[in-house]
Design a protein around this ligand. Structure first.
Ligand code: AHR
Length: 384
């Protein structure tokens, strides 16, 4: 917006350098050619006027150019979004959700930065948004700590911050957080495994865990939740290592687990679908049978379309949803702020627990009973 134009011009070069340096992504969703065409038309019209009008037109053209640098069109709400990266199907769905909701058609100007799982780059992206004087900043924090300094800088600049998906554990200098309870997801996986093992007469659990990215609240919560149930039931967690929420990471960790522990595990817990796909490849290559009715029970998180397909085919026994479609709730927060209202500090997403077999109807987590949903083609077709 106008008051921000001077700082935008001053920072344009710095910001361009920042985006170029932000990991493999650095993608920005800027206003692009259409806005430039508009500016040219305005400048041409002004050239036919008298000198005074020309000067005014020059100013206007200058303002329009500045608005272009900010990616802003008049009246649009400018938003900087520092996204984790592009490591998983879930992340792709999360990015799309934000880009769909915060579109130019909906009155927004979204500056999107893919931070490629690089925490330092993510903090610099936020600093770039401060320099651009955007109206709001959205952060999906790669790691849960190290945020207080930069969030204080946002506060000092008067820019409201909304946290999406993962949590920040060492600062509360943000307006709202919209996301999932990761510990509940881990507890749910544990409670389901307990009930399923009882149902199937499996008395011993030796589990391998493929964790997500180190330091991410999604990893911390799922690990803690599952471990709590494992400890309470005397299960053995044979090993627990990070697969970085990627398919390649899941395959690599599973290959190394197979070398070390072949024949010594009967459960594999992957902290997202992409890791599960990698683990499946590693087990298939080693001739290990997994999934419904096989030697190894395979559990996953996220429940994106491809994950649910693997549940329906019986390759994954159970998949605990992490809902990536938070952007509509983030938009509600922004609308409340625009109206001068105070949004909720925490907004939880609705999630489902998906299974292949119709042998258990529900599990109880944190004292609350929740249904288990048997995956059907209709459910897959409606999923993100
Ligand atoms: O923070 C959410 C997690 O991050 C998802 O489970 C995973 O797929 C993503 O990479």
């Amino acid at each position: 917006m106008k008051r921000k134009i001077v700082s935008v011009l001053m920072c344009a070069t710095m910001t361009a350098a920042l985006f170029a340096g932000c990991g493999g992504g650095g993608d920005t969703q800027a206003s692009g050619d259409a806005a430039k065409t508009d500016d040219t038309a305005k400048t041409d019209d002004a050239a036919s006027d008298d000198a005074a009008d020309d000067a005014a037109a020059d100013d206007a053209a200058g303002d329009d150019a500045a608005a272009d640098n900010a990616g802003g069109s008049d009246g649009a709400i400018t938003i900087g979004f520092a996204q984790v990266g592009h490591e998983s199907d879930w992340r792709t769905a999360s990015t799309k959700s934000c880009q769909d909701v915060f579109s130019a058609e909906n009155g927004y100007d979204l500056q999107f930065v893919d931070c490629d799982n690089d925490s330092a780059a993510q903090i610099e992206a936020v600093r770039g948004f401060i320099q651009q004087a955007v109206d709001y900043i959205i952060i999906d924090p790669i790691v849960s700590t190290g945020w207080d300094t930069v969030l204080t800088e946002c506060e000092d600049a008067g820019i409201p911050v909304i946290i999406i998906d993962r949590t920040i554990d060492d600062s509360d200098k943000y307006v709202s957080w919209v996301g999932s309870n990761f510990k509940t997801e881990g507890l749910a996986a544990g409670e389901w495994l307990k009930a399923y093992a009882e149902n199937k007469g499996i008395s011993e659990i030796n589990a391998l865990v493929i964790e997500g990215s180190t330091g991410a609240s999604a990893t911390i919560g799922r690990t803690e939740g599952f471990k709590e149930i494992a400890d309470a039931n005397g299960w053995t967690i044979v090993d627990s290592q990070s697969g970085d929420f990627t398919e390649a990471g899941g395959q690599e960790v599973m290959e190394s687990y197979i070398k070390s522990y072949e024949g010594k595990f009967n459960v594999v817990i992957c902290q997202n679908d992409n890791e599960a796909f990698g683990a499946m490849t590693a087990m298939k290559n080693a001739g290990i049978e997994y999934g419904v009715g096989k030697d190894v029970i395979l559990v996953s998180f996220d429940a994106c379309t491809a994950g649910l397909e693997k549940v329906m085919s019986g390759d994954i026994n159970a998949d605990f949803e992490c809902n990536p479609l938070a952007a509509p709730d983030v938009e509600k927060v922004i609308k409340q702020l625009q109206a001068g209202e105070t949004p909720e500090k925490e907004v939880y997403m609705t999630e489902h627990w998906y299974v292949n077999e119709d042998v258990l109807s529900s599990i109880t987590v944190n004292g609350e009973e929740q249904a288990l949903t048997v995956v059907t083609q209709e459910i897959i077709d409606a999923q993100y």
